[in-house]
Design a protein around this ligand. Structure first.
Ligand code: DGL
Length: 274
C-alpha cells in the first residue's frame, strides 16, 4: 500500500461479531493497543450466526464489514469464529485493501504451542464445528499432523451469554454435558472456538479442572493485529486520543449491559441490517 492509498493512522479499527462475544477480543485490543480507536458492531438483529447456513453468514458479515470499511476503518477484525469458518474472512480479504484479521488461526496456533499431550479439544458453534475449520487449521501448522483434535458443538452457550447468564446451576449443568466427551477423550488443552465462550471461562475451568489449559483467541488476535498495523505503518500515533464506539444492529438491551460490565462503555443502536 503506498502512502496515497494508506488509510488515516488515527482511523478506528473495525471489530465485529454476531453479538457480545467479540467484546472479548475488543478487551484484548484495548489492553494491547490503548491508543487505538475502535468501532465495534454486534449484529444482534441477526444473532446467533451458529445455526445459519454459510451463505447467509457470509452475506450478513459482509454487510457489517462493508459498513465498517465505508465508515473509514483502517483495519477489520472478524471477531467471530463462525463467520470466519463460513468463509467471510477469505471473502473480505479478496474484496478490501485494508487488513482483515480473523480469530481461528491465532487460537489454533496457541493451542498447538501449549498442549503437552497433543490432545486438543475445540468447543464452538454448530457451523464452526461442521466447517472443520479448526482441525484443518491445526493440521496445517508445523507438526500439526501429530496433534489430535476433538470437537464439540455447544449450541446453547451463545444464547446464555447473550442473555447475560454466565454462571449458575443451569450453565454449569450444560457445560458438564457438553464437556463430558472431551474429558473422556483426555484433552489437556481446550480451544474456546467461539468468542462468546471466554465469558464462561470460570464455569468451564471449574468443570474441566486446572489440568486443562483454556485457549481463547483474544490476546493472540490482538498481537496479530498489532503486527499487521505496524507492518503497514498504520499504528495510531502516541498522541492520538482513542474513541471507542459500540454499536448493535438490533435492540441494545443485554448488549449494553454486558458491554458496560466488561468494558464500561455505552452502546448505541444503529438499526437492523437486512
Ligand atoms: N461469537 C461467535 C463465534 O465466535 C458467533 C456466535 C453465534 O452467533 O452463534 O463463533
Amino acid at each position: 500500500m503506498d502512502a496515497s492509498q494508506r488509510p488515516d493512522r488515527r482511523a478506528p479499527i473495525g471489530i465485529l461479531d454476531s453479538g457480545v462475544g467479540g467484546l472479548t477480543v475488543v478487551r484484548a485490543v484495548m489492553d494491547l493497543l490503548p491508543q487505538e480507536s475502535i468501532r465495534y458492531v454486534g449484529d444482534t438483529a441477526n444473532a446467533p450466526y451458529g445455526p445459519l447456513p454459510d451463505e447467509q453468514i457470509r452475506r450478513l458479515t459482509g454487510s457489517v464489514i462493508e459498513s465498517l470499511v465505508l465508515a473509514g476503518c483502517k483495519a477489520i477484525v472478524i471477531a467471530c469464529n463462525t463467520a470466519a469458518a463460513a468463509g467471510a474472512h477469505a471473502q473480505a480479504v479478496a474484496q478490501y485493501r485494508v487488513p482483515v484479521l480473523e480469530v481461528i488461526t491465532p487460537a489454533a496456533r496457541t493451542a498447538a504451542r501449549v498442549t503437552r499431550s497433543g490432545r486438543i479439544g475445540v468447543i464452538a458453534t454448530v457451523a464452526t464445528v461442521d466447517s472443520g475449520a479448526y482441525p484443518r487449521t491445526v493440521a496445517a501448522l508445523p507438526g500439526g499432523d501429530e496433534l489430535h483434535v476433538v470437537q464439540q458443538a455447544c449450541p446453547s452457550f451463545v444464547d446464555f451469554v447473550e442473555r447475560g447468564l454466565t454462571s449458575g446451576r443451569q450453565v454449569t449443568g450444560l457445560a458438564q454435558a457438553y464437556l463430558d466427551p472431551l474429558q473422556r477423550a483426555e484433552i489437556d488443552t481446550l480451544i474456546l472456538g467461539c468468542t462468546h465462550y471466554p465469558l464462561l471461562v470460570d464455569v468451564l475451568q471449574q468443570v474441566l479442572g486446572p489440568q486443562v489449559t483454556l485457549v481463547s483467541s483474544a490476546l493472540e488476535t490482538a498481537i496479530d493485529l498489532a503486527a499487521a498495523l505496524s507492518d503497514l505503518d498504520l499504528l495510531s500515533p502516541p498522541d492520538a486520543v482513542p474513541e471507542h464506539e459500540f454499536l448493535a444492529t438490533g435492540a441494545p438491551g443485554p448488549f449494553t449491559a454486558l458491554a458496560r460490565r466488561f468494558l464500561g462503555s455505552d452502546v448505541v443502536p444503529i438499526g437492523s441490517q437486512p
